[in-house]
Write a protein that binds this ligand. Structure first.
Ligand code: A3P
Length: 310
């Protein structure tokens, strides 16, 4: 594996004091740890089933929230807000990523819920996913907040303080497309183009929309993945209960998400790092006017004509 990595383009983040290195694989940057997972997966030739639901995202766009919501929706006949596994396990441990743990993904697939999560770009999804009729939910988020969220997440992982990790350098790196599973816009565009080619099989959810109107988007999500709420459930407040269970306020205050951790790709990951602020517009605390102008131009270049607002 080390031999393969050596042949790939590499980039060590200037702001990381040499602690964060990405390699480029098939047009996408990823940390070495993830690259190992991605290539292991390719070798395993994962077999998707027609009823699978893939929860896809670029990192820091609302993956944790989407996993929690989808889990709560599909397991609601078994669990409610008083005994949900989400009270004891972080969504990432309960529902592993395909490229992080293909075995567990297969076990989940064979269990009572057909959910599989992944950060893989559309072009790198296993062939069986692309050629099957399985459904894909894609969550995306305002790029400026993703830049800030990505910076803090990676910075925490490599244990650097804000003072020791200049945000400006991280910003310029992100704009060059270098982020985990970046370029972020190419990640989005891959799924967006696929959604035009296979209408009805890919649901786009915007983090900010989900926040603004969780009720209608959670209902759309449930319907799309084949678990629609009945009128009785709606009247009994089941949708609200799921929204509250999966809310940032609730999940981030659970002991498991404050102090717990899990092992992924041979690394201990602290659950709390997935719960930071969850506020829209946090980027304003970090961006200068020049940065805002630069990223707005970039997004206009990359995304105009798609109707997707970042
Ligand atoms: P911030 O860093 O802006 O706070 P991901 O889950 O894809 O890694 O994304 C993490 C981002 O989603 C973080 O954003 C985190 O705080 C936010 N987040 C985590 N759980 C959430 C929830 N239940 N509802 C809304 N946002 C959530």
């Amino acid at each position: 594996m080390e031999e393969i990595v050596k042949t790939l383009p590499q980039h060590t983040s200037s702001w990381s004091k040499g602690r964060l290195t990405y390699c480029m694989y098939e047009g996408f940057w990823m940390t070495k740890r993830f690259h190992e997972g991605v290539t292991n997966l390719a070798q395993q030739s994962y077999k998707a089933q027609p009823n699978d639901v893939f929860l896809c995202s670029s990192p820091k766009t609302g993956t944790t929230w989407l996993k929690a919501l989808a889990l709560a929706i599909v397991t609601r006949n078994k669990f409610d807000e008083s005994n949900s596994p989400l009270l004891r396990t972080t969504p990432h441990d309960f529902l592993r990523h395909l490229e992080v743990d293909p075995k567990q993904s297969e076990e989940n697939q064979n269990s009572s819920f057909p959910l599989v999560a992944t950060h893989l770009p559309y072009a790198l999804l296993p062939k069986s996913v692309v050629t099957s009729t399985c459904k894909i939910v894609y969550i995306y988020r305002n790029i400026k907040d993703v830049v800030a969220s990505h910076y803090h997440f990676e910075r925490e992982k490599i244990k650097l303080s804000v003072e020791d990790a200049p945000f400006e350098e991280a910003f310029h790196e992100f704009c060059q497309g270098i982020s985990n599973f970046g370029p972020y816009w190419d990640h989005i565009l891959g799924y967006w183009k696929a959604s035009l080619e296979r209408p009805g099989t890919i649901l786009f959810l915007k983090y900010e929309d989900l926040k603004r109107d969780p009720m209608s988007h959670v209902k759309t999500l449930a319907e799309f993945i084949g678990y629609p709420f009945s009128r009785e459930e709606e009247n009994a407040g089941v949708v609200e209960n799921i929204i509250n269970l999966c809310s940032f306020k609730n999940l981030s205050n659970l002991e498991v998400n404050k102090t717990g951790s899990f092992l992924a790709l041979n690394t201990v990951v602290e659950n709390r790092t997935f719960f930071r602020k969850a506020t829209d517009g946090d980027w304003e605390n970090y961006f200068t006017d020049e940065m805002k102008e630069k990223i707005d131009k970039l997004i206009y270049q990359k995304m105009s004509g798609t109707g997707l607002i970042l």
